[in-house]
Design a protein around this ligand. Structure first.
Ligand code: ADP
Ligand code: MG
Length: 261
């Protein structure tokens, strides 16, 4: 992490990602109520530059709401989100969503567009690249995730695992500084999970700053620098994977681990 911080762009060796410049991410006392429900009740997180934080916790604990608040798909009632120490709440949301890439459980690809056009659309609309520049950038990114041969295919003709890798490529092609994953493998058939987790792990190893909401406890244990356990809108416990999985402190985390493992 220290060496990553020292250089402006990380040219990751033999990897699925193009050069990028990760930043640190923090949340401070985030509060948000939805429909009268207090969903986030004071969430503080610190993800150093280049680290992977895995967020675990029961359904309804506020994990998706937290990620959506980080990239301002939702606005907090109180608190702040910081990138490299600077508040994002005053920034242009469209610019922010280029800096903070997000991958969803349901891929959210445009079904009527080819794989290539799914990647070039944000490059042209948000970055203002020419058709030629956008095509070149997108094809290079598809190459990196091993899907260049699917460039002209529509998403619906791909496997779920391939669709999710396209969704990840679409986020990465914007050269984000942080990546958020919301249960990116939960909708996949079991045999397709590994390829997507492998790409995510590679991205983490290459030095991306990532927040990964996941039910894959094996991934959290292997890949996360830190793990945070959420329940009822707060981080109940956080620490190294070893600390959380091998020596859970709170009764709620113990119960959760008993239920999922
Ligand atoms: P998780 O991702 O951990 O399963 P969510 O962030 O999706 O949890 O949801 C947390 C809680 O917020 C749930 O109890 C859910 O019912 C509630 N919630 C989410 N969206 C809304 C909404 N638009 N209006 C009211 N309640 C909501
Ligand atoms: Mg969720």
């Amino acid at each position: 992490t220290a060496s990553v911080a020292a250089v402006p762009a990380v040219a990751a060796p033999a990897t699925a990602v193009a050069p990028f410049s990760p930043v640190s991410l923090a949340t401070r006392d985030l509060h948000l109520s939805l429909g009268g429900n207090p969903v986030l009740r004071g969430v503080d997180l610190d993800v150093p530059r280049g680290d992977t934080l895995c967020v675990i916790g029961p359904s309804g604990s506020g994990k998706s709401t937290l990620l959506r608040t980080v990239n301002r798909l939702l606005e907090p009632d109180r608190g702040d989100v910081l990138l490299d120490g600077g508040s994002v709440l005053q920034r242009d949301p469209n610019l922010l969503r280029q800096q903070v890439g997000m991958v969803f459980q349901q891929f959210n690809l445009f079904p009527h567009l080819s794989v290539l056009r799914n990647l070039t659309l944000p490059l042209r609309r948000l970055r203002g690249l020419s058709r030629e520049e956008a095509d070149e950038t997108a094809l290079r990114q598809l190459d990196l995730v091993g899907l260049r041969h699917k460039a002209q295919t529509r998403p619906g003709r791909l496997s779920g695992g391939q669709q999710q890798r396209v969704a990840i490529a679409r986020a990465l092609v914007m050269a984000p500084q942080v990546m958020l994953f919301d249960e990116a493998t939960s909708a996949l058939d079991p045999e397709l999970v590994k390829g997507v987790l492998g790409l995510m792990a590679e991205l983490g190893r290459a030095g991306m700053t990532m927040v990964v909401v996941t039910h894959e406890m094996g991934f959290a244990r292997e890949v996360a620098d830190r793990v945070a356990f959420m329940d009822h809108g707060v981080v109940v416990e956080s620490g190294s994977p070893q600390a959380l999985f091998d020596d859970p402190r709170s009764p709620r985390l113990r119960q959760f681990l008993t239920d999922v493992l």
